[in-house]
Ligand binder design. Structure first.
Ligand code: HEC
Length: 122
């Protein structure tokens, strides 16, 4: 009677091996995915923001990274402004030194993207 336990074991092995392999592969795959995605996402956000900064003309006065030029010496990188101040400045401009920007020229969402990017850069 004891020997009858052997056939079931032989049948179970082919089932468990692929299952165990699948679990290991799923764990490894998931781990490396999330590890790679986060830096890639923030890299993408930064390059979207810096392209926007150039496309909207900000970079011409404020420098490619917003850290200032002779035209606009104050660095925007690492700004301590709150978003409302930042947005008001972009909307109203600054005297003759900086042009005003209408929502057609740059949307609130785009201003937010620039703000988040500048605030987090040095
Ligand atoms: C024609 C040049 C010019 C352009 C284009 C320009 N700026 Fe400015 N900006 C200035 C000048 C000059 C100042 C005054 C501060 C200074 O001297 O650096 C200023 C000030 C600012 C300030 C306030 C900084 C502070 O600390 O008071 C913000 C925010 C700002 N600009 C954002 C932007 C953004 C975003 C864009 C693009 C949508 C933009 N600017 C486009 C010239 C410009």
């Amino acid at each position: 009677m004891i020997r009858t336990t052997h056939p079931p074991r032989r049948w179970l092995l082919p089932i468990w091996l692929p299952l165990a392999l699948a679990l290991v592969l799923a764990a490894c795959g998931g781990g490396s995915d999330s590890g790679d995605d986060n830096p890639a996402d923030s890299d993408n956000q930064a390059s979207v923001a810096s392209e926007l900064f150039a496309a909207k003309g900000c970079a011409a006065c404020h420098g490619a990274d917003g850290d200032g030029t002779d035209n606009a010496p104050t660095s925007l990188a690492g700004t301590r402004m709150i978003i409302q101040q930042f947005q008001t400045r972009v909307r109203n401009g600054r005297g003759s030194a900086m042009p005003a920007h209408t929502p057609d020229q740059i949307s609130d969402d785009e201003i937010r993207i620039l703000y988040d990017w500048l605030r987090e850069s040095e």
